[in-house]
Design a protein around this ligand. Structure first.
Ligand SMILES: Nc1ncnc2c1ncn2[C@@H]1O[C@H](COP(=O)(O)OP(=O)(O)O)[C@@H](O)[C@H]1O
Ligand SMILES: [Mg+2]
Length: 485
């Protein structure tokens, strides 16, 4: 090839295609509030999607992508290992950019390449979000809008899909990993990513504006009670009270809204279970990470495409009872399994625990009641309430406040029944006092002055009564100081 021609290809004319406008600088990460964990960022590319890319970027990408698809055999590519496939794509993409005279900086080219590799080899535009450890949830509302939850706050990202077809293909790729299919005839599907993240897909026609994907990201490093103290979710005294509750085999319900930290809290509580106990966990998607050696983990199963083979939470909890458990831990109680869990709590499996969705401890108890009645058990409500009050010892309430911080707002005991009313007493509370100029919630944790909670005898049996008394006193003394000051 004559040198001049080679030069023409190698140096695309800036005039031939408008240069891509420089992308806006990445927004400075907002200062992490003291109440939230630091936000590790794994690689520089991980930051990219926070940047809103220019229209031009997507146009260029579409052009290059179509040319790529015309050039290579995708099924062949799938047989290569990721590294070789990436190299292959890199070569071709560079050729295409040169041939089509697209002017791009090296950085833009890298960015484009990364994007295209993700599309072809992985979960497309989702990959950079999946690589970030600081994201709790990813919410995709059709091809054009993707939100994430970071540090308790929901924010929109610049991530976009080419169109709903691409998004649907990605959904398909995810659910096919668990042997399922999502399409117009079965538009709802739960699945799990290889890393353990939970995925829900709801597709058109049910989702009106395009395939909608919700991912609860799996955190490898679960938060500990010490970290919750550091983030201000609970005070050290509150944490001690929780430890004693877990250790001394109280039956516990962890209540809270979506994403309030229920599962995290349940996981923290399980750390204080003795190593000698046989624990059986039942979850919809295994999230709990118990440290003890003697643990059996069970998971429910959705029905298959033909609608068969479902194993419900109730099936699991009933089966647990035949497995000689010492404690049963139910990831999320949401239906008639509530009845079986209460029975377990009542029949020598004390120290059993579960989470449920409710906005206050009292609401949690009435939710349990309605789950049981709706499950078709016909018990007089007085009997049912007595059963609830004798089974459940403590309700721990978690909440995500409007500033994004997560707090334990109540540690509440179930005391008994009077007539057909369940009596509860708060031991430890979070009071909201107001809000500072930056919109952060101001408040404090305090003990309510109950010196001898009902689980006192249990605590004593486990040799924890001194620690309990000290924690309750300290939490109260703090209050007096505040009140006087
Ligand atoms: N106290 C906390 N402080 C900061 N982040 C938290 C806290 N509790 C939970 N998280 C994070 O919030 C997200 C949701 O927590 P999770 O326990 O799964 O909520 P839930 O089970 O109530 O839906 C997770 O990413 C978790 O790491
Ligand atoms: Mg949960």
């Amino acid at each position: 090839m004559p040198p001049a021609a080679a030069k023409a290809v190698a140096q695309p004319l800036a005039a031939a295609a408008p240069p891509m406008p420089a992308r806006e600088p990445a927004p400075a990460t907002p200062p992490a509030s003291a109440a939230e964990p630091p936000r590790p960022v794994r690689s520089p590319t991980a930051v990219a999607p926070a940047v809103r890319r220019s229209e031009n970027f997507y146009d260029v990408k579409t052009t290059v992508f179509s040319a790529l698809i015309d050039t290579i055999d995708l099924s062949q590519l799938a047989r290569l290992d990721t590294e070789s496939a990436r190299e292959e794509i890199r070569d071709i993409v560079n050729d295409i950019i040169a041939l089509k005279n697209i002017a791009m900086s090296i950085a833009e080219q890298e960015d484009l390449l990364e994007d295209i590799c993700n599309d072809v080899l992985g979960l497309g535009p989702l990959e950079p979000l999946l690589a970030r450890d600081d994201i709790a949830d990813i919410m995709v509302n059709g091809a054009q809008r993707t939100y994430i939850e970071v540090g308790g706050k929901v924010e929109e990202t610049g991530v976009r899909f080419r169109d709903n077809t691409q998004l649907m293909n990605i959904c398909q790729r995810i659910v096919s990993q668990v042997g399922r299919r999502v399409d117009e005839s079965s538009p709802i599907c739960d699945a799990r990513l290889p890393d353990g993240s939970r995925v829900n897909v709801i597709a058109p026609p049910l989702a009106i504006d395009g395939p909608t994907l919700t991912i609860r990201k799996f955190k490898k490093d679960k938060l500990t009670l010490d970290q919750l103290v550091k983030y201000g979710t609970i005070t050290p005294e509150g944490a001690t009270i929780l430890q004693i509750i877990a250790r001394s085999r109280c039956n516990v319900l962890v209540s809270g809204g979506t994403g309030s930290g229920k599962t995290t809290l349940l996981n923290c509580l399980t750390r204080y279970i003795d190593n000698t106990e046989r624990i059986i966990t039942a979850e919809d998607a295994a999230e709990l990470q118990l440290q003890q050696p003697h643990v059996v983990r069970l998971e429910t199963r959705p029905p298959n495409i033909e609608g068969e083979g479902e194993v419900t939470m109730r099936d699991l909890v009933k089966n647990c009872l035949r497995m000689r458990p010492e404690r049963i831990i139910v990831g999320e109680v949401r239906g008639p399994e509530a009845f079986d869990l209460l029975q377990a709590m009542n029949t020598g499996h004390d120290g059993s625990m579960g989470t449920l969705h409710a906005n206050s401890p009292r609401e949690a108890l009435s939710r349990i009641e309605s789950m049981i009645t709706m499950g078709g058990f016909s018990l007089p409500s007085k009997t049912l309430r007595e059963m609830i009050s004798t089974s459940i010892d403590v309700v721990v309430q978690a909440a995500r406040l409007r500033d994004g911080s997560r707090k334990i707002t109540h540690i509440t005991e179930v005391v008994g029944t009077e007539g057909d009313v369940i009596i509860t007493q708060d031991i430890f509370l979070y009071d909201i006092a107001g809000e500072d100029a930056a919109g952060r919630i101001l408040g404090r944790h305090r003990s309510t002055g109950i010196g001898r909670p009902r689980f006192w005898d249990r605590a004593r049996y486990f040799g924890e009564e001194k620690r309990l008394a000290a924690a309750l006193d300290a939490a109260e003394a703090e209050e007096l100081v505040v009140a006087q000051g």
